[in-house]
Design a protein around this ligand. Structure first.
Ligand code: DGJ
Length: 741
C-alpha cells in the first residue's frame, strides 16, 4: 500500500511550529477517488461503508518499547493495548488506534467531525504505512487512514528515536469535501493501555507551580487534566504526566511512560477507563474550539512527546533530558551564563544611574549577564507600576533619556552581557496603544472588560497586531548590546472574543492565537539566533515544549523561596533538564543565603538581589557560589540527573548530576527539617574508578565534610554514601566528585 503523502521533513526543531495549518493541496490519489465516489454513493443509498479485507500487522519499535498495530478484517486500524500481550486478544472496537465518533465507537473518541454535508460520523480505514529514515537516527512512521465515504484523510505520525525510547507523535487531518469540515475533536495521540495503570500528574497555581504531584490508580470513568486559558498551557497544571504500569512509579524500577504535550494553549489530557481498557486522549482542548477546515487545508495537531523507561522514573527523565537538549530547547549543548536580574531589587523603581550602580557589584561577585526587567518604557503613561504603559515600547525619557543602548553599552563595558524584559502580547487600557487601537484587544462585545494585572491581550490573529508585535520585538532586541530577553505573559484568556475572526470563526481563536504566537517566536529565534530567550508567564505558565523549542529556558515560578524551589525543581525535572529551569537567588522566604545559593545552583543559576544593599557576608557567599558554579555548570546543565531522596514532606531532598563521560559528578543535599546527617548515596558513578570528594562553597562556620579530600571508588561512594555536613533545616551541602588521575 502506498501513502498519499510524502513527508516534507519540515518538523525539525525551529524549522516549523509544532502545529499549524498547512495551506497545501490535499493530495488524494486519482485511483482512490473512484472508490470514494462509489462508496459514497453506497452510503447515500444507506449501504454500509466497508473496505476489502486486508489483514496486516506492523509495529513501532524503539530500543525497549513496542507499539503493535493490526489491520482488522474490517479494514480498521487496531493497537494492541500497552500492557496486554498480542496473543491474548482479537481486535475489537475498544482497541481502535484512533477511534472516531459517530460510527459505532461509544467511548471518548480521538476524532469527531461534522462533514461538509452535515454527517456527524467518521469511519477511518487503513490505507497504508510508510517509514522514512531521518537524520540523527530518527525514523518517521506515517499511518494513512481514510474515510471510505468521504474524501477525508487522517495521517497518524510517529517520529521514533530508537536508542532513546522517545517517540514524537502528532496527527494530520485533511479533506477535499465540497465545503469546510468542522473538527470538533482532534487528538494528537490516543494510545490504549491495559487497566492496571497509575497516573502521576502535577497540579498547581500561581507561586505553587508543580508543587502538588498526585499519583492515583485510574478507575472506571474519564479523568481529564485540562486547561481553558488559551494562551498558556500551564498555571494550574502542567501538560505533562507519567503513566506507570502495574503500580505507582518508582525511581529506579518499573515500566513508565512520560507524556508531554508541546502546546502553549488550552490542552486536554483525558484518561478514559471503560472497564476493559484505558485510553489516553491527548491534544488541544476541544472546549469551544471547533475548527472549520477548508478543502485542501491540512490541520496538524500539536506534538505529543512520549518517553518510555523499563527502569523507572530516573531513566525516563535522563532520556527525556537528552532528547530535550537535542531537539526540545535551543542551544541545548551550550552552557548558560550566570544572570543578575533587577526585578526583586528595584521593581519598577529605577533609572539609568540606579541600574548602572548594580554593574560593579554584579561584576565583582562574578555574574555574567544583567537582565533589566519591567518598567523601562512608556512616556505619556509611564510604566511606573503595573497600571499603565504596557504597549508603549519607547524607553521612558525621564528614566532612560538616551534609551536602552547606553545601558547595554555600559553593561558590556563592565564585561556583562545585557538582557531586556518584554511582554509584547499585552496592553494596559491606560496606554497610547489602547487609546489608538481599542479594537486590537481580545474581548467579548457587550461585556465589561475583564482585566488581569490591569492588562488585556492583543489579538494576535489580527495581521496589524502581528506586524506591531514583531516591530516591538525586532526593534527592542535589535538594540546594540542586547543578547538576552525575558518574554513575559502576565495574563490569560478569559473573554475569548476576536473582532478580527468574525462571527463564524470565533472558535478558532484558541488555536489560531497559539499558531500566530509560534510564528512570532519562530521569527524571533531566526532573526536573533545569538540572543538567549527566557519564557516567563506570570511565573511558570509557559513551561511546555511547544514554546520551548524557540527558547533556552523558562521561569518555573514567581515563588523563589528556595524551600519551595527544592520540590518544584524536583517535579519539573521529571520532564525538563536543569538548564531549562531558571533558578534565581532572592530573599523570598528569608532563608540563609548559603541555602538559597545552593538550591539555585542545581538549576540554571541566577541572582535577583540588590547587590548594593547586600551584606558583606552574603556577598561573599554569593561570590563563592558563583565561582563554584562556573566550575561545575557543565555537569549540572549537560549531565545526567539522578534523583536520590524526594523532598516532599521529607526532612531533606537530594540529587546528583553526572557528566556524560562519568568523570565528574555533583551531589546536592538540601536539609528541610532538623534531622540526623545520614549518608547520601550518589548514583551513576563508574563503580571501579576513584573519585576525589570536595565540598563546594562550604557554609561559613560549619565543620568540614568528613570525607573531604578522600579518594573513594564509585562503588564505595554509591554503597556507603557521603555524610553531608548539614543536619539543620535550611542548610545545604554541595559536593563535587572528580575522577582522580
Ligand atoms: C512577572 C514575572 O514573573 C516577574 O519575574 C517579573 O518579570 C514581572 N512579571 C514583571 O512585571
Amino acid at each position: 500500500m502506498g501513502s498519499f503523502f510524502s513527508d516534507n521533513g519540515d518538523r525539525n526543531s525551529l524549522s516549523s511550529p509544532p502545529m499549524k495549518l498547512r495551506l497545501v493541496v490535499c493530495v488524494l490519489s486519482l485511483a482512490l477517488s473512484g472508490v470514494v465516489s462509489s462508496l459514497a454513493a453506497d452510503v447515500m443509498k444507506g449501504g454500509p461503508a466497508k473496505a476489502a479485507p486486508l489483514h496486516k500487522t506492523f509495529s513501532l519499535k524503539t530500543a525497549s518499547f513496542t507499539l503493535d498495530f493490526e489491520v482488522g478484517d474490517d479494514g480498521r486500524l487496531y493497537q494492541t493495548p500497552i500492557g496486554v500481550t498480542s496473543a491474548d486478544r482479537k481486535p475489537q472496537r475498544i482497541d481502535e488506534a484512533y477511534p472516531q465518533a459517530g460510527d459505532g465507537y461509544i467511548y471518548e473518541p480521538a476524532i469527531q467531525v461534522v462533514h461538509a454535508d452535515g454527517n456527524t460520523s467518521t469511519a477511518l480505514l487503513f490505507e497504508g504505512v510508510t517509514r522514512t529514515n531521518e537524520a540523527d537516527g530518527r525514523e518517521l512512521m506515517r499511518i494513512q487512514l481514510r474515510d471510505p465515504a468521504y474524501p477525508f484523510e487522517v495521517a497518524l505520525c510517529f517520529r521514533a528515536q530508537r536508542d532513546r525510547d522517545v517517540v514524537e507523535q502528532w496527527t494530520e487531518i485533511c479533506h477535499q469535501e465540497s465545503g469546510p469540515v468542522t473538527l470538533e475533536r482532534m487528538a494528537s495521540a490516543s494510545p490504549a493501555f491495559s487497566t492496571n495503570i497509575f497516573l502521576t500528574h502535577f497540579a498547581g497555581d500561581w507561586a505553587k507551580e508543580m508543587l502538588s504531584p498526585i499519583t492515583e490508580q485510574l478507575t472506571p470513568g474519564t479523568k481529564v487534566l485540562d486547561s481553558k486559558i488559551g494562551m498558556r498551557a500551564h498555571q494550574f497544571g502542567n501538560p505533562s504526566f507519567v503513566l506507570s504500569l502495574c503500580g505507582p512509579p518508582t525511581e529506579n524500577s518499573g515500566q513508565v511512560l512520560a507524556g508531554s504535550l508541546a502546546w502553549s494553549g488550552s490542552f486536554a489530557l483525558a484518561f478514559d477507563h471503560n472497564g476493559q481498557r484505558v485510553r489516553a486522549l491527548c491534544g488541544v482542548n476541544p472546549y469551544a474550539s471547533a475548527y472549520h477546515l477548508k478543502p485542501g487545508e491540512t490541520f496538524v495537531t500539536p506534538t505529543m512527546i512520549w518517553v518510555w523507561s523499563g527502569n523507572g522514573l530516573g531513566e525516563m527523565s535522563r532520556k527525556f533530558h537528552a532528547w530535550a537538549r537535542d531537539f526540545g530547547i535551543r542551544d541545548g549543548h551550550k552552557t548558560r551564563s550566570v544572570l543578575l536580574n533587577n526585578w526583586e531589587a528595584t521593581g519598577f523603581d529605577f533609572d539609568f544611574n540606579r541600574i548602572v550602580s548594580l554593574y560593579d557589584p554584579a561584576k565583582e561577585i562574578g555574574t555574567e549577564l544583567f537582565l533589566l526587567d519591567d518598567g523601562w518604557f512608556g512616556n505619556k503613561y509611564p510604566r511606573v507600576n503595573d497600571h499603565a504603559g504596557l504597549g508603549d515600547w519607547e524607553p521612558n525619557r525621564q528614566r532612560l533619556p538616551q534609551g536602552l543602548a547606553p545601558l547595554a553599552a555600559e553593561a558590556n563595558k563592565h564585561g556583562l552581557q545585557f538582557g531586556i524584559w518584554i511582554e509584547p502580547e499585552m496592553v494596559n487600557p491606560k496606554s497610547e496603544l489602547f487609546d489608538k487601537h481599542p479594537d486590537w484587544v481580545i474581548r467579548q462585545p457587550k461585556r465589561e472588560l475583564e482585566l488581569q494585572r490591569n492588562q488585556l491581550t492583543l489579538d494576535l490573529t489580527r495581521p496589524e497586531v502581528q506586524t506591531f508585535e514583531w516591530q516591538v520585538i525586532s526593534s527592542t532586541l535589535g538594540v546594540p548590546g542586547i543578547s538576552y530577553a525575558k518574554w513575559d505573559c502576565n495574563r490569560y484568556l478569559t473573554q475569548p472574543g476576536s473582532s478580527w475572526l468574525g462571527p463564524d470563526r470565533q472558535s478558532h481563536l484558541w488555536i489560531d492565537y497559539v499558531h500566530a504566537l509560534y510564528a512570532l517566536m519562530d521569527k524571533t529565534a531566526k532573526a536573533f539566533p545569538d540572543t538567549e530567550l527566557m519564557l516567563c508567564s506570570g511565573g511558570g505558565g509557559r513551561a511546555d515544549y511547544g514554546a520551548l523549542r524557540y527558547f533556552h529556558e523558562f521561569w518555573p515560578s514567581d515563588n523563589t523561596d528556595p524551600v519551595a524551589r527544592v520540590a518544584m525543581q524536583w517535579d519539573y525535572s521529571y520532564f525538563f533538564p536543569s538548564m531549562a529551569l531558571a533558578g534565581h537567588v532572592t530573599h523570598w522566604g528569608k532563608r540563609p543565603m548559603h541555602f538559597a545559593c545552593s538550591v539555585a545552583m542545581s538549576a540554571r543559576f541566577g541572582m535577583d538581589l540588590d547587590l548594593v544593599k547586600l551584606s558583606a557576608g552574603d556577598k561573599a557567599i554569593c561570590a563563592g557560589a558563583i565561582s563554584a558554579y562556573k566550575k561545575i555548570r557543565d555537569v549540572t546543565q549537560l549531565g545526567d540527573v539522578y534523583r536520590l531522596e524526594p523532598p516532599h514532606d521529607a526532612a531533606r531532598g537530594a540529587l546528583n548530576y553526572v557528566s556524560p563521560d562519568r568523570t565528574r559528578a555533583v551531589v546536592f543535599v538540601f536539609q528541610l527539617k532538623d534531622a540526623e546527617a545520614l549518608p547520601v548515596h550518589p548514583q551513576g558513578l563508574d563503580p571501579a574508578k576513584h573519585y576525589s570528594v570536595h565540598e563546594l562553597n562550604p557554609a561559613p562556620g560549619r565543620a568540614a565534610l568528613p570525607q573531604e579530600g578522600n579518594a573513594l571508588t564509585g562503588a564505595e561512594l554509591m554503597q556507603d554514601g557521603i555524610v553531608p555536613c548539614c543536619a539543620k533545616a535550611v542548610e545545604a551541602c554541595v559536593v563535587e566528585l572528580a575522577l582522580t588521575p
